[in-house]
Design a protein around this ligand. Sequence first.
Ligand SMILES: [Zn+2]
Length: 436
Amino acid sequence: MLPTTNVYRAVGAVAIRAIAVVAILGVSANASALQAQAAGGVPKSTADNPKVKQALATLKTDNAWTLDQQVSICEIPAPPFKEAVRAAEFKKRLEGLGLKNVRIDSEGNVIGERPGTGKGPTVLFSAHLDTVFPEGTDVTVKREGTLMTGRGIGDDCRGLAVLLSVARALRSADVETNGTILFVGTVGEEGPGNLRGVRHLFSSPIKDSIDYFISVDGTGMGTTNAAVGSHRYRVTYKGPGGHSFGSFGMSNPIHALGRAIAKVSELQVPADPKTTFSVGIIEGGTSVNSIAFETSMDMDMRSESETALQTLDNQFQKMIREALAEERARWPNSKAALDIVVDTIGIRPAGEQPVSAPIVQVALQAAKSLGVTSPTGASSTDSNIPISLGVPAITIDGGGIGRGAHSLSETYDDGPTGWQGPQWAALIVTALAGMR
Ligand SMILES: [Zn+2]
């Protein structure tokens, strides 16, 4: 269940946009020039740099260090809205790796700087601190060879470990980039958090300095270049309620909900761009011989296209109000006021960014140089926010093989080549930050 602090309330037929998501914030003025510079994939100046090669070698030889970080950070609980203990430890580790001005912002994000040596693009390099697991969940990690079992071990302790290992390898090889790299642990990436950490970053002054955004989330070697948007609502029908026999003749909230679900289940959506909908939870009623006073459904709508998502949302808003009107009309003599309350659970903007985009090409070429073909795709991650604002952004996997993300039996297997994940990330961030 979602915490009520995260539910934004609006009542009646008013269209709801509790969170002003799609305010167009300024993209760094030199972004297009930087994009042009990155268009050819990984520049030779980075790929041939002996210090970069040394950093990549360190990431392979010191793979055990990366895995130790992954396990130990994962054994600190980080439930939604309660990431502070893990955040404090992550801050300490970034400081220990020599990053500058390491701080925790007012939303709870951890930010550490690796200053560039000259003029160059600023690269924000992030992973998320939060898990989906509630307080009290056992977060002990079990290790058997390369296989680890633990809640959040892949999503996103892997990403956090990638950040730490890259910071360490760049330092030990004394890698110098032109632009600054910001190492960031974000809060609130998972459902209940509704991207609150990254939203804060892109609505605070730091946004003006971000030229590229990369988040490391989960496992494998895939690249997320497009943002799946989502609109999630809780719809509640309310009335006075009464006895099923004695009060017969009044409009019934559960019947209104039934009408709404019947309508919603007939929604037509495009297959391409992939657009989906589902009623995930229904609740309500007190007993078989009562007319309920309240009932609700939680609705999830997603799309790769912001336009398709908005079209779907508009149809949905209309249907749930039609259901209300029809249930009222069914009992014209009912004195009971039947009403609707729509709570916004979460709004994540969608955004398209072609595979040909320079930042995507850098990622694909960097993978290729490690002998890996990285598949591209659409997902819902911290990158949704920068992509929707027009800031070049990707989410990359952290290497290894993950199973059962968000489940109690989540595993991460480092396999024979898990270290390629940190190597890939290191190549991308150094290529984007630029080298002389
Ligand atoms: Zn994640």
